[in-house]
Design a protein around this ligand. Structure first.
Ligand SMILES: Cc1cc2nc3c(=O)[nH]c(=O)nc-3n(C[C@H](O)[C@H](O)[C@H](O)COP(=O)(O)OP(=O)(O)OC[C@H]3O[C@@H](n4cnc5c(N)ncnc54)[C@H](O)[C@@H]3O)c2cc1C
Length: 576
């Protein structure tokens, strides 16, 4: 078999001649400018302007997710032609919408040598309804695109966006990503999809199956079984359109902050906030920070913090900020140990006043010693008007969490926290487990996770997202891939082992660990947690959900061309 030249990577079982022949066929569909025959170029620019495909922040050298190339179609018809060719040659594809899945593998694929099906050129906003507060978008539409479109039209809507606005509305939603407005649980807001299966068939879900129905983006259910969930974190199809609900612009809006002085008060804080969220008094989720994250958010207003946080000043732990450093910093600044950011949204100032009074009352009733709750910014529209998010004069220390839906890239600067303000090429990992809002397991986990990070000499940034019934906890560590990759991988694996031992799972994980996390979901049990490396395909007979998913994979993608290994789902028998 002929070897690929210049360090190029090929799909498994392909030689260079067959690969070139397939990519020639792809070029006749999308044009040669939209085909990359290696991973080195053609991607949308990464945080440092990187144009290559793959995981821009690898954890060590052990697992290689480098793709062999990429194809960038512009239309559903082109995607269909690509799928036909891929089926003919059994070419492994990996779909990305904008490929900004940073911290989880970016535009890499589980199987080295897969071809990236990069949908960023399919970037039409098909419809936005101001009246019904929804949008229908193609995969390449970014959070910036949707926001700018709504601003240009003057619609009274606040679309949700994550902490970085350059990702895809559709891609982020499929990953069960989140933003910070009342419609910030993106998967909950999704209504209607168009999907191409591995067979090349196109289906519309829900009411989209009723020809010409205006109900597609309005009613999630449709008639009979709903299949939308099959395409979340999935390799069963390529989603080509997606409906999503948006937040109507409020007439009154307030940014609020709850802080508590001591590390062990996280439980009471979470319980109180979750209760207010279940009651819908607080309509978005609360984002809770530890002092390290709080310091990063305050760098603009407290410039004296810059050398301490971005340099070695805060770092007495031989290269990291210890918990003792963070506790001392919080005390010195008069911050709480934990700071929770949430917002109030209302159709009138009187409603906001009433909700604020309830927030106060409930927090006082919880009796959390030293708790302090305040409004940090408030705006009220003129009678019969609505607030325009772009006109809010929010102080800069409160803009990092986009609770009013204005997308930005300010949070990308957190990558500078190791090595100073001019640090380039740093990456981060996120370990993202789920907990009940009773908070007990979560607090115990955090105490262990933080100690493990300190033992591995990494600063750890806590980012706890409190919803009415669950907490999505994120431990985020910034590292230098060139010399800290192996060490950060060691830390990640210690976190993973600890989570497995305690029956806790991440909501989303990095490409390296998709099989392993899938292995935890083995009810009614029997095959052992995470026992089979490269697993999924040979799992024991009692992994009920895995068996169903593999059966569906065989039906919806019989040649196994789509996203092998995504979320630990493989075609049986394994082809790699
Ligand atoms: C500093 C920082 C802050 C962040 N903050 C947040 C945050 O607040 N909230 C949050 O959710 N995330 C956050 N992230 C993580 C990530 O950047 C976003 O989730 C981002 O939106 C994901 O990238 P994307 O939208 O381009 O998705 P893509 O990379 O395009 O897609 C992600 C994955 O989804 C699947 N997929 C994509 N498109 C399709 C399709 N059309 N059909 C089938 N499957 C598909 C593929 O498996 C793909 O690998 C943050 C990252 C960083 C670095």
């Amino acid at each position: 078999m002929a070897a690929p030249p210049n360090g190029r990577v090929l799909p498994p079982s392909f030689d260079i001649n067959t690969f070139d022949k397939v990519m020639d066929a792809m070029a006749t569909i999308v044009g040669s400018d939209n085909v990359s025959r290696d991973s080195f170029h053609g991607n949308l620019g990464g945080p440092g302007g990187e144009l290559f495909y793959g995981d821009i922040w690898p954890m060590g050298d052990t697992t290689d997710h480098t793709p062999s190339g990429a194809i960038r179609p512009k239309s559903v018809d082109e995607v269909q032609e690509i799928v036909k060719v891929a089926n003919r040659y059994k070419l492994p594809l990996w779909t990305v919408s904008r490929g900004k899945n940073l911290g989880y593998g970016a535009s890499g694929a589980v199987v080295r040598g897969s071809v990236i099906l990069d949908l960023h050129r399919m970037n039409k906003i098909i419809e936005v309804s101001e009246e019904h507060a929804y949008a229908i978008v193609e995969p390449g539409v970014s959070f910036f695109d949707l926001y700018n479109y709504i601003q240009a039209k003057g619609y009274r809507l606040w679309p949700s966006c994550p902490a970085l606005g350059w990702g895809s509305v559709l891609g982020n939603t499929l990953e069960r990503g989140f933003g910070y407005t009342p419609n910030g649980e993106h998967a909950e807001q999704q209504c209607g999809m168009e999907v191409m299966l591995g067979t090349g068939e196109v289906v519309r879900t829900g009411m989209g199956a009723l020809p010409g129905s205006p109900m597609w983006p309005l009613f999630k259910g449709g008639y009979g079984p709903s299949i939308d969930g099959l395409f979340y974190q999935s390799n069963l199809g390529i989603v080509t359109k997606l409906g999503i609900h948006l937040t109507p612009a409020p007439a009154s809006f307030a940014l609020c902050e709850l802080s508590v002085p001591s590390q062990d008060q996280l439980i009471s804080m979470v319980r109180t906030l979750a209760h207010l969220e279940r009651e819908n008094v607080i309509q978005n989720h609360t984002s809770i920070s530890n002092p390290f994250r709080r310091a990063l958010a305050d760098l603009t207003t407290c410039p004296d913090l810059v050398p301490r946080v971005l340099g070695p000043g805060l770092q007495s732990g031989g290269g990291c900020a210890t918990n003792a450093d963070m506790t001392a910093l919080a005390k010195e600044r008069g911050w709480g140990y934990w700071t929770g950011d949430f917002a109030l949204y209302a159709a009138s100032p009187a409603i906001l006043d009433a909700n604020w009074a309830l927030v106060h009352e409930r927090i006082a009733a919880a009796g959390i010693s030293g708790a302090c709750v305040k409004i940090t910014f408030r705006a009220d529209a003129a009678p019969n008007e609505r607030l325009n998010a772009s006109k809010l004069a929010v102080p800069s220390e409160y803009t990092a969490i986009p609770q009013y839906g204005v997308p930005g890239t300010q949070n990308a600067s957190l990558m500078e926290t190791r090595g100073g303000p001019n640090a380039k090429g740093n990456g981060h990992i996120c370990f993202s487990p789920l907990f009940s809002t009773d908070g007990i397991e979560m607090q115990a986990w955090w105490d262990r996770a933080q100690q493990m990070a300190e033992d591995a000499r990494f600063d750890v940034f806590a980012d706890f997202h409190v919803y009415g019934r669950y907490v999505l906890a994120i431990a985020l560590v910034v590292y230098r891939p060139h010399d800290e990759g192996e060490r950060v991988k060691g830390l990640f694996e210690r976190w993973l082992e600890d989570a497995e031992k305690h029956g806790v799972s991440e909501y989303r994980t990095h490409l390296d660990y998709m099989d392993r996390v899938r292995g935890q979901f083995n009810w009614p049990g029997g095959s052992g947690v995470g026992a089979e490396a490269g697993g999924g395909q040979e799992r024991g007979k009692q992994d009920a959900l895995g068996q169903v998913l593999r059966r569906l994979k065989g039906v919806l993608d019989p040649e196994g061309i789509l996203g092998q290994g995504k979320s630990g789902i493989w075609t049986v028998p394994a082809r790699t």
